[in-house]
Design a protein around this ligand. Structure first.
Ligand code: NDP
Ligand code: OXD
Length: 309
């Protein structure tokens, strides 16, 4: 029986090494060299072409290479009932908390403006807002949003988090549900987006909702590009309604060379690296799920197909 690595554009070598170190007896194959399809027990997927997973008749589960699973759920031929798993991993969480802390501090202390001033050889001082007066809002209080929120709150910022269902996170005020979104946005100076892509979150931050943020508010998006209407964001940045953005995820990735976001003076772009899966850490979770699947035990980090995250 075998594990199959099916991740377009990702280097399989560190995954092969990590499996070899932790489970030398498990066969590790790399697409398209899948061998006998009936031997494939688990697929580690990222951006698999539609129809690929339906080829393996004895598949026990498919796991995303990362936290997001929309790339798997988008396959219309995904076998019904096939467990879809996502990554929940301490190093992935640590990396995301670091990215969000950095982004919030960058925007709070206006390092984006100082970078520009240095490039233009301008000696200029910007207002320093007290930490307690900078209101941070986190969209999404899952594994990543709650850790990022705690880390930001730990620096002294007042942090409010928004989720679909009621959540308690130490150090944060929490609100939930569609009716709470407008008032939440209206009192958020720096908005950190850590929602998954689902039919309910796609296009959530459209022109109308962006306009609810206080004038000059800043946005960090490390969730998914589809959460924000990019044209509406650009218009809000152009008008100064939104003061700055730090974006890690985009409607189209890689961000096309012609996108105006690349050289917009109020935008910092990072290439979907807010947090990167570390195979040596994640392999343990995949192997545990393989053990559970073989033993008929419930799997860890299983995605609810109805919620789609
Ligand atoms: P989780 O599934 O643990 O958490 C998702 C959160 O979003 C939950 O709090 C959930 O609410 C909330 N949510 C989902 N739908 C809605 C909705 N319609 N309205 C309000 N809240 C909603 O996900 P993770 O925290 O592990 O990951 C979040 C996302 O981060 C991933 O899906 C991925 O897209 C992105 N990501 C980006 C990376 C990068 O490098 N840029 C790296 C890793 C992940 P509730 O708590 O009520 O269920
Ligand atoms: C993601 C990830 O889901 O990289 O974006 O884990």
């Amino acid at each position: 029986m075998a594990l199959l690595f099916l991740a377009a554009g990702r280097d399989p070598a560190p995954w092969r090494d990590a499996f070899a170190a932790s489970a030398p007896d498990e066969a590790f194959r790399v697409w398209p060299d899948a061998g006998d399809p009936a031997e494939v027990e688990a697929v580690i997927a990222w951006g698999a072409e539609p129809g690929a997973l339906a080829r393996f008749p004895r598949l026990r589960f498919v796991t995303s290479l990362g936290a997001g699973v929309e790339h798997i759920l988008a396959d219309p031929t995904l076998p019904a009932g096939l467990p879809v798993l996502r990554v929940v991993d301490p190093l992935l969480t640590e990396g995301m908390a670091q990215y969000c802390v950095y982004a919030v501090l960058r925007l709070h202390r206006r390092w984006d403006l100082y970078d520009r001033a240095q490039a233009e050889r301008r000696w200029v001082r910007y207002e320093q807002v007290p930490t307690a007066e900078r209101r941070i809002g986190i969209l999404g209080l899952g594994a990543l949003g709650s850790a990022a929120g705690r880390a930001i709150a730990g620096l002294g910022f007042p942090v409010t988090g928004w989720s679909r269902t009621p959540r308690r996170v130490t150090g944060l005020e929490t609100v939930h549900g569609p009716e709470a979104l407008g008032p939440f946005l209206a009192r958020t100076d720096i908005l950190v987006c850590l929602l998954p892509h689902t039919p309910a979150t796609a296009g959530l931050l459209d022109a109308r909702r962006l306009a609810l943020l206080p004038a000059g508010a800043a946005i960090v998006n490390a969730g998914r590009g589809s959460l924000i209407d990019e044209a509406a964001l650009l218009a809000a940045l152009e008008s100064g309604r939104i003061g700055a953005a730090m974006l890690d995820v985009f409607a189209t990735e890689p961000l096309p060379a012609g996108s105006p976001l690349w050289d917009h003076p109020a935008v910092t772009v990072t290439p979907h690296v807010a947090s990167i899966s570390e195979p040596r850490s994640i392999v343990a979770q995949i192997l545990e799920n393989l053990r559970r699947a073989r033993a008929g035990e419930p799997l860890l980090n299983r995605v609810d197909p109805a919620r789609r995250y």
